[in-house]
Design a binder for this molecule. Structure first.
Ligand code: SAH
Length: 264
């Protein structure tokens, strides 16, 4: 199926929150776009780069808003590309990492709409970095797995094999893992990961609301609850957490992250 299209849709990564972590390309496209489609986890300071006259559509989940089903977002993108030459579809972090960017790209391509991806800095690397934690380390971690803790979104496919990951990846970076954290930690220990394995959780990494706990696998869930961490939070599990160099961690940007209503 094809549709006449005037414009190109750019699937742009907004980075993890700190506006200084936008790529130069993302910044340029935001400044010159005719239409913007964005969701949660993008601060106002980034949205402010978009020209006043541009058409703006919010399609995320946020308190006080209904969430927009994916098929409507896809349809909005096709429709906008028919009327505008530069459409930016802005997503938190990197658009191809747990951002459904792949689905949107496929939909646009199917409808004959030119589409280009603009990679962004993912929260799974940036949030640990803002604590001074490297996600790999020559002595402490040769492999790292980016994994979703929100298995519902993978409905129809087998769930994540946590026990298998326990013995196959040195480090784990877990997105959307908060609501399922106790189960995840138990499965990792059942898979052979020591209870004493270092673990960290970072809420709202890189921005004003940044808050974190450093713990062990056995105690992480309790520590996260005690600290009252909420979505969005990245979990890091593995010896790399012990390689933390506190002095290299940047100050979080003094901007506010809009909070989505989903847990994780
Ligand atoms: N595409 C995004 C991830 C989207 S999934 C990326 O590449 O970063 C949404 C999840 O990402 C959240 O539930 C949380 O686990 C994580 N996340 C996004 N931004 C975050 C931030 N600033 N701090 C901590 N976690 C974040």
């Amino acid at each position: 199926m094809t549709t006449a299209s005037n414009g190109t849709v750019f699937l742009v990564g907004a980075g993890p929150g700190d506006p200084d972590l936008l790529t130069v390309k993302a910044q340029r496209l935001l400044q010159q776009c005719d239409a913007l489609v964005y969701d949660s986890l993008v601060p106002q300071e980034v949205l402010a780069l978009v020209p006043e006259g541009a058409e703006k559509h919010f399609v995320g989940k946020r308190r006080g808003h209904h969430s927009v089903p994916q098929p409507s977002t896809n349809a909005v993108l096709v429709e906008l590309a028919g009327r505008h030459s530069c459409v930016v579809r802005l997503k938190g972090g990197d658009p191809f990492l747990f951002g459904r960017g792949g689905e949107e790209a496929a939909h646009l391509a199917r409808h004959g709409v030119p589409v280009q991806v603009v990679p962004g800095v993912t929260a799974g690397i940036a949030a640990p970095a803002y604590l001074g934690i490297p996600v790999t380390h020559r002595r402490a971690g040769s492999s790292v797995t980016f994994v979703t803790g929100h298995e519902e979104i993978d409905k129809g496919r087998p769930g994540v094999n946590w026990r298998g990951l326990a013995c196959s990846s040195d480090g784990l970076v877990i997105y959307m893992g908060l609501h399922n954290l106790a189960h995840i930690c138990e499965e990792l220990m059942a898979g052979g990961l020591a209870a004493s394995t270092a673990a960290a959780a970072v809420q709202q990494g890189t921005v004003r609301g940044q808050s974190s706990v450093i713990s062990t696998l056995a105690e992480l869930d309790a520590a996260v609850r005690e600290a009252g961490l909420n979505s969005p939070t990245i979990i890091v599990i593995g010896e790399v957490v012990n390689q933390r160099v506190i002095s290299c961690a940047p100050e979080p940007a003094d901007v506010e992250m809009p909070i989505p209503i989903t847990l994780g």
